[in-house]
Design a protein around this ligand. Sequence first.
Ligand code: HEC
Length: 202
Amino acid sequence: MTRLRGIRLFGLLALLTTAALTAAACEPGEPARSTGAYQIDVFQEMHYTQSFKSQEPPRFLPPEGSIPITGGKLALPEDNDAIDALPNATVRNAATLNRAARLYNVNCASCHGASGGGDGYVGLRFAEYGAVQPPALASDRVADLAAGRAYASITNGFGFMPPFGNLLSDEERWALVHLLFISDAERAALLADPANQPTGGG
Ligand code: HEC
């Protein structure tokens, strides 16, 4: 094979390959797509990235018996009075309240507001889209709750509020209950304390 013929042959092959790929990409009658079909990506789309592909089957399923990080209800008494009367075994002291304030700033403030006004960024979206706006911690609604009832709502969620039973330990949820039932001034000071911000104090 002469050198010239070799180059020509290569050129022809390249032309054919390009034609074939173009045809594959724009099959008549089929919408142009580059997701879900596992075809050669001729026209790479920005949304079809490795992170997107990794969610396509086959997927690794979670190990048997694993607990989802949110969702799921914990067993609590059926009876309302028994729920109201649940005892708070977590001691209320400065350490507990500071811990609760940190937990609040991480887990609750996005909805219930940085200072507990029910006006967190997500909370306001709730109101905007016709869901129930989170109550202010200083509201009568929260103040009138029995401690056990507040604990139950934090544990298993309530209405539009998600459950925290599988995210926070029993002690942490009871610590948060203490935070609900101190004076508004004391709570505001704890929530604003720089040491109790998500990035502060540890
Ligand atoms: C995703 C938003 C969201 C988050 C996060 C959230 N809440 Fe709520 N919370 C709500 C909404 C909305 C309500 C009112 C629910 C309803 O009436 O349907 C509510 C209600 C409550 C109530 C009243 C429950 C009752 O029985 O009446 C308490 C107490 C409360 N939240 C505490 C907390 C605490 C403590 C945290 C953090 C661990 C928290 N919330 C996290 C949205 C949220």
